[in-house]
Unconditional design. Structure first.
Lengths: 372, 375
């Protein structure tokens, strides 16, 4: 073996004929925008997560932006989220004119709920917990807090289809929750796509309005809305994949358990404790090493053909583009620590045992050689 | 949808029949590379589109609404600013302005349905940050005049060329006049993807870089975020569908112009027609007539199996969404009058002469019959 790739799309879609048939049919009928396959996918997805409604949109970013817009969050408002998230979370908040307020995360890579209360101000209009890497936020205390302050929760579940905490699925806690269907997500389509779930009829109605130009009907525009629709073409891919979601998740969990078991034997390797009340879905498999080893180990693995990654080396609050938020170095110590110590290995459902062993072997070798 | 009409407004089966293999092979190539996000074919399509418009750069995005939003954002237009545009457009023109936090300022149009250059100057205030003319129906706004006004006031122009790929005026293509210009590649456009898609053009190197970052979360590279951005990318898969189609665009437009010619000669003197000026090249994304008893004519045509549309029955300034802007009834008289008189006839490239003559004759028959009855 000379290579372990991060993207598995060519394996996953090695035989795309069935989907191609769907696309051929679509090209003939021309229902490219909000066609019947979109509705079918929305129904299946809502059933998959266990919500009343699902609304297909243009991307995972938009799946966060649209519920905030539907809640009336806008200029001058604040939304609280986790400091260690991907830029899309904060980007969605910014797009509708609101200000991102960060709180630090826990050793589980998710929002530290105990720090949320002190971040609440009179301008706070929503809380956006991020179920990061497939690991859920501690939703019970967060829901209690939201209840106390009468603040809506919009879950960023972009990486977390089928993830659970305390027996309840990510995406079923908040007033609305956004999922990503990006090509590298656990349930993935062939381009940018996202979906919002909700139990709330009014939220459902508003989402459908603002993803489609605010159109009440062909002629009448109720509000200025976005153009953010799940392409019918992508819904065809989604419909094909939905029945596989449970198997995909199970295989990822199996791969992660194997990594846990084998990497756990190597001195110098740490990973976040696995909790019995949590069903992790491993969109990402992250482990930790001492800061001095992280970059050398990354370099070593890459030199061996292993496509390891770092999610993410620079915390958002330290990004040049977000300086105006006014944070300073050291404001989020756990986020900072993780940015320097985490490494991601491929964990997808197509990863073979040989490939996993190859990764483990080289991590071990790095430490046996005393680090390089 | 199309099977029940004798003259359908669009005909996707006919389009696909002539390109099936080429299109599916192009899609298959995306699989072989697995580059679904900003892949090779996106870059290739952008290069070809820039050439088509005669500009240095083209930057593709998720749709034609986002392309307007990104153009405005790239020029740092936002809260408290004003942008001058027309009201008789698809909602996106004004929505994009409103969504970045700015205020759309509407100017009335001339008989060609495009912004009236003579009325622009009086709408310019210290808050005006851009002029956004719309090339409605595939016919360019009066760009030579508009550019003069914009230059005089040092205002950037954003062409909303959503409906006007390859149109030109004064010997210059749409998408090559303004600082940044915006196109839609929606399934109903002359150059159409199989889903939502859009693209921007510019001759400015720095703005091209900025747009590429704006569409990708404001990221400079995998790790660094330079400024707030969006997630708005053209799917590689859509680029794969657009690439074979861009090669056919010229013939698509030729066919539409041939169809228009039949309408123009057949309906002369019967209804008001979109006749080209000498310096114009109309690509007829939409063929709009202006006529009396519009609604009656539309149902008459429908009964004859002819599908028509109205683009658009309610101008943006009279929509509920725009109520807060305070444009009352009568504030844009020409736009409002046209909204009651316009009708879009089927014009797509797959119509045959028989169908076109059926449309002509049915319209003639309607007005002749009416005249007889009145006499």
């Amino acid at each position: 073996m000379d290579k372990v790739r991060y993207s598995y799309l060519q394996q996953q879609f090695a035989d795309p004929e069935e989907i191609f048939d769907g696309i051929r049919k679509l090209l003939k009928t021309g229902a490219f925008t909000l066609g019947p396959e979109v509705e079918q996918f929305e129904k299946s997805f809502a059933a998959l997560i266990g919500t009343k409604h699902a609304v297909g949109v243009g991307s995972g970013t938009d799946a966060l932006k649209l519920p905030l817009k539907a809640l009336g969050v806008g200029y001058g408002d604040e939304v609280i989220t986790a400091a260690n998230t991907f830029i899309a979370t904060a980007g969605a908040i910014n797009e509708i004119g609101a200000k991102t307020v960060f709180v630090d995360c826990t050793k589980y890579y998710t929002m530290d709920v105990s720090q949320v209360e002190k971040a609440i101000t009179p301008r706070t209009k929503a809380i956006m917990p991020v179920h990061y890497t497939g690991e859920p936020v501690d939703m019970k205390p967060l829901m209690a807090l939201a209840e106390k302050y009468k603040l809506p929760i919009v879950e960023d579940a972009c990486q977390s289809i089928f993830c659970e905490i305390d027996g309840k699925r990510a995406g079923t806690y908040g007033i609305a929750s956004g999922f990503s269907l990006h090509p590298l997500k656990n349930l993935n389509v062939w381009g940018d796509a996202g979906i919002v779930v909700t139990d709330d009829d009014e939220m459902n109605r508003k989402l459908r309005l603002i993803r489609n130009h605010g159109m009440k009907n062909r002629d009448e525009i109720a509000v200025f809305g976005f153009n953010s629709r799940l392409d019918t073409l992508q819904a065809i891919v989604g419909n094909w994949l939905i029945p596989q979601t449970a198997d995909i998740t199970a295989q990822r969990r199996k791969n992660a358990a194997y990594y846990d078991q084998e990497l756990g034997k190597i001195p110098g390797i740490r990973f976040c404790p696995r909790r019995p009340n949590v069903h992790q879905v491993y969109h990402l498999y992250i482990f930790e090493v001492d800061q001095k080893h992280r970059n050398p180990l990354l370099k070593y693995l890459l030199s061996k053909g292993i496509e390891a990654k770092v999610h993410y080396p620079i915390p958002l609050y330290q990004q040049e583009g977000l300086k105006h938020l006014g944070y300073k170095a050291g404001d989020f110590p756990e986020t900072d620590r993780q940015a320097k110590e985490v490494l991601t290995l491929p964990v997808d459902q197509h990863l073979s045992r040989e490939e996993a062993d190859f990764c483990i072997h080289h991590v071990r070798k790095y430490f046996e050689n005393g680090g390089m | 949808v199309s099977t029940s009409w004798r003259v359908p407004y669009v005909d996707f089966p006919a389009q696909f029949a002539g390109e099936k293999e080429e299109l599916m092979n192009s899609v298959l190539e995306v699989f072989e590379r697995g580059d679904f996000i900003l892949g090779d074919k996106v870059v290739q399509f952008e290069r070809e589109f820039a050439q088509l418009c005669g500009v240095k750069h083209a930057v593709s995005v998720a749709n034609g609404t986002d392309s307007l939003i990104l153009a405005l954002r790239a020029l740092d237009i936002g809260s408290g600013d004003e942008v001058i545009t027309a009201s008789n457009s698809w909602i996106s023109s004004a929505a994009a302005i409103a969504l970045v936090g700015a205020r759309p300022v509407f100017v009335d149009v001339t008989s060609d349905q495009n912004i009236d250059p003579a009325l622009i100057e009086r709408s310019i205030t210290p808050k005006t940050k851009a002029i956004m003319p719309i090339h409605l129906t595939g016919r360019c706004a009066r760009m030579p005049e508009i550019m003069k006004i914009a230059d005089k006031h040092k205002l950037p122009v954003i062409e909303d060329a959503a409906q006007a790929v390859m149109s030109h005026v004064g010997g210059k293509r749409s998408g090559s006049f303004g600082k940044i210009n915006s196109f839609s590649l929606h399934p109903l456009k002359n150059l159409n993807a199989a889903g939502d898609a859009g693209i921007l053009t510019t001759n400015d190197d720095e703005l091209a870089v900025k747009l590429k970052m704006l569409r990708h979360h404001g990221m400079k590279n995998r790790e660094e975020v330079a400024f707030w951005g969006y997630n708005s990318r053209l799917d590689t898969l859509q680029a794969a569908i657009l690439l074979p189609r861009i090669k056919k665009l010229e013939s698509v437009i030729e066919r539409r112009r041939r169809n228009a010619k039949i309408y123009l000669s057949g309906l002369a003197g019967v209804v008001e027609l979109p006749v080209e000026r000498e310096d114009e090249f109309h690509t007829y994304h939409v063929f709009v007539i202006q006529c009396d008893r519009r609604n009656e004519l539309q149902s008459h045509l429908m009964k004859a199996g002819i599908d028509t549309k109205i683009h658009y029955p309610i101008p943006i300034h009279r929509q509920e969404a725009a109520a807060y802007l305070g444009y009352g009834e009568g504030s844009l008289p020409v736009t409002e009058r046209q909204a009651k008189r316009i009708l879009s006839l089927p014009i797509h490239q797959n119509l045959d002469e028989k169908q076109l003559h059926l449309v002509v004759n049915t319209i003639k028959e309607f007005y002749e019959h009416k005249r007889t009855v009145q006499l």
